[in-house]
Design a protein around this ligand. Structure first.
Ligand SMILES: [Cu+2]
Length: 134
């Protein structure tokens, strides 16, 4: 009598464990998919866009993708450090993107800085700073 009930309980328990494993795998998969952020929305990575206001109300997570759309003959995307972001320095950049449709996967938490290195675009406000949370 007891043995049968214990086997039933064990069976139900293992079903629950399997279900919870499936659920956590699914949520991990959903999490790693990440959101796409179209920088500047429909305006794109342009001179007259306001990227500070574009970042407001947005959350950036590791695994998200920043999409920079721009005319490659007029702009580029340079990932820089905070100093270069502040003074539009172009000498020691982290990465340079020039395709005109650049998808950059965010792989680290913390602040990330991007400028346009063409002419005086950065000085004129074509720069983006984001704070990435886990
Ligand atoms: Cu530019």
């Amino acid at each position: 009598m007891y043995g049968k009930e214990i086997i039933m309980l064990l069976h139900q328990g293992s079903c629950l464990i399997i279900l919870s494993i499936i659920f956590s795998l699914c949520s991990l998969m959903l999490k790693s998919e990440g959101a796409n952020h179209i920088v500047g929305d429909s305006s794109g990575w342009e001179l007259l866009a306001n990227f500070t206001s574009w970042t407001q109300g947005r959350e950036f997570h590791v695994g998200d993708v920043l999409v920079f759309n721009y005319n490659r003959d007029q702009h580029n995307v340079m990932q820089v450090n905070s100093t270069a972001y502040a003074d539009c320095g172009r000498d020691n950049y982290i990465s340079l993107f020039t395709k005109g449709n650049d998808s950059i996967v965010i792989s680290e938490v913390g602040e990330h800085w991007f400028i346009c290195a063409v002419d005086d675009h950065c000085e004129n406000g074509q720069k983006l700073s984001i704070d990435v949370v886990p």
